[in-house]
Design a binder for this molecule. Structure first.
Ligand code: HEC
Length: 243
C-alpha cells in the first residue's frame, strides 16, 4: 500500500491522474442522485407555499441562527419517529431555499412543530425559555417582541423565491405586503385576501398577542406554527404503511 504511494509520487502525471480520479468519486456520489430527482421527490398535491409572513419568519429563524441548535429533519429511525412523528419527506422541503435540515441538535427537532404549542406558549418561550422550561439552555430572544417587522420588501423576497422555482403567482407577489399585515390582523380588511390566496387552512391570527403592533415575533411564530403542516402527505403515506 505505502509502496504504491511511494511509486505514485515519483510520477507527476500519474499522481495528477490519480488525484483527479479519487476526487471525481466524491463528485459523482454528490451529482449522480440528482439525475433521479424526479423520482426521489414525492408528489404532494396539497403542498402549499409559505405566506409572506411565514417567509419573513423563516428569514428571522435564519437571521437568529436557530438552525445551529435545531434540525428540521426527522430521520427514518424508530426512536425519531416515536418521538417526533412521521419521518421527513423530500417534498416537504421542496420550497425551502435554503433548506434548514440542520446537523446539530442542542434542542429538539422542529420539523413537525406546527400546532404542538399555542402561539402564547411560543411567544413566552422565545421571550425567555426558562419561564416555561426551567432547565432550558436556549437563549432568550426578547427583541423579537419589541422590533417592528419589515414587510415593505416581502414582494421582492417572494419574487426571488420564484426565480429559484417556488410557484408564487403574480398576484401573491403583488399583494405580499398587505397579506403579511392581514395574516397577523384577523379583523382587518387585508385578512380576507390571505385565505383567498393561500387557502382556508392558513393561520390568520394575532400571533404575538399585541393587537396594535406587527413584530418580528408575529412572523417567527407564524412560521413555527406551519412547520410540518404544509402538506399532509407524510402522515397519509406513513400511517398507511403501518396499517
Ligand atoms: C443554543 C442553542 C439554541 C438556540 C440557538 C435555539 N434553541 Fe430552541 N431550544 C434549545 C433547547 C436546548 C431546547 C429544549 C429546552 C426548551 O424547550 O427550552 C429548545 C427548545 C425549543 C422549542 C421547543 C421545542 C419542543 O418541541 O418542545 C422551540 C419551538 C424552539 N426551541 C425554537 C427556537 C427558535 C425559533 C430559535 C431561534 C430564534 C431557537 N430555538 C434557538 C436550544 C436552542
Amino acid at each position: 500500500m505505502f509502496r504504491f504511494h511511494y511509486r505514485l509520487e515519483r510520477s507527476a502525471i500519474g499522481l495528477v491522474a490519480f488525484i483527479i480520479l479519487v476526487a471525481s468519486i466524491g463528485g459523482l456520489v454528490e451529482i449522480a442522485p440528482l439525475f433521479t430527482i424526479d423520482e426521489t421527490v414525492e408528489k404532494a398535491e396539497d403542498m402549499r407555499v409559505y405566506t409572506p409572513l411565514e417567509v419573513a419568519g423563516r428569514n428571522i429563524y435564519i437571521r437568529e441562527g436557530c438552525y445551529a441548535c435545531h434540525s428540521q429533519m426527522i430521520r427514518t429511525l424508530r426512536d425519531e419517529v416515536d418521538r417526533y412523528g412521521p419521518y421527513s419527506l423530500a417534498v416537504e422541503s421542496q420550497y425551502d431555499h435554503p433548506h434548514l435540515w440542520g446537523s446539530k441538535r442542542t434542542g429538539p427537532d422542529l420539523a413537525r412543530l406546527g400546532n404542538k404549542y399555542s402561539d402564547a406558549w411560543h411567544t413566552a418561550h422565545l421571550y425567555n425559555p426558562r419561564d416555561l422550561v426551567p432547565e432550558s439552555k436556549m437563549p432568550a430572544y426578547r427583541w423579537l417582541l419589541r422590533d417592528q417587522l419589515r414587510i415593505d420588501d416581502l414582494g421582492q423576497h417572494l419574487a426571488a423565491l420564484r426565480a429559484v422555482g417556488v410557484p408564487y403567482t403574480d398576484e401573491q407577489i403583488a399583494n405580499a405586503t398587505q397579506d403579511a399585515y392581514g395574516q397577523a390582523n384577523p379583523d382587518s380588511i387585508e385578512a380576507s385576501g390571505v385565505a383567498e390566496r393561500y387557502g382556508d387552512a392558513t393561520n390568520i391570527r394575532q400571533f404575538d398577542g399585541q393587537p396594535s403592533r406587527l413584530t418580528d415575533m408575529d412572523a417567527l411564530v407564524a412560521y413555527l406554527q406551519v412547520l410540518g403542516t404544509l402538506t399532509d402527505v407524510a402522515h397519509a403515506t406513513q400511517t398507511a404503511e403501518v396499517e
